[in-house]
Ligand binder design. Sequence first.
Ligand code: OAD
Length: 240
Amino acid sequence: MGLSRLVILTGSGVSAESGVPTFRAADGLWLGHRVEDVATPEAFARDPALVQDFYNRRRRQLAEVQPNAAHRALARLAAEWRSDCLLVTQNVDDLHERAQAGTSPGSGFRLIQMHGELLKAVCTASGRVCEWRDDLQARHPSPHAADGLLRPHIVWFGELPLEMDTIEAALGRCDLFVSIGTSGAVWPAVGFVQQARRAGARTVELNLEPSLNQEMFDEGRYGLASQIVPAFVDELLADR
Ligand code: OAD
């Protein structure tokens, strides 16, 4: 196939079989809440206890879940791919990282968690980011600034996703863009496929069902991530 530079985007569908719930249920609620009640800076200002509790529960849940075959297949790709491979995840869990334990990602590999990480907190005054594994209190004093509070290191609606310059540069020169387990509902990730197409890349979607922007992809493969991702990675590594 002669493909070399990859950009892979993952969403919550890749972690679903690990037991991490996806976001958009048929009732329109987001893990039982309205988005604006738990995932906006305004919600945090209005009701910090509710917002911290929402993320505390999700952070605790990470101790009960394990990477699945899809995460492991992407870790194998990271280790065996000999050229650029950017894995961008919208997920705030640490399952891609954990799947890489004991493997050695190639020098061209990078993982970006564009929506932040549950296992980090950020100081509202200094912007300093630190590792964080415990619960956060409603108004959690920051160790980094006297007037600061710690909040989850999560990109909320209305805030800018992380490392967009690096992501856009990689999209602008990729040969293959693969979107895995995402519904195509949240910007800017929705637009990545168009950016990759403009660069002349082949575009493939791997999902349980066709996403909202299915027509933007050259190819779609539908099924459980634990089955279709390992099969796709096998093909990619065999075709090099
Ligand atoms: P969604 O819940 O919108 O979409 C999950 C997608 O995964 C759906 O298209 C499902 O069909 C698919 N899916 C479910 N189980 C699957 C499985 N076992 N194998 C393969 N696919 C499966 O979640 P996201 O697209 O990830 O942002 O949502 C994107 C962002 O919306 C999230 O990162 C979050 C939310 O707002 C922030 O927290 C900032």
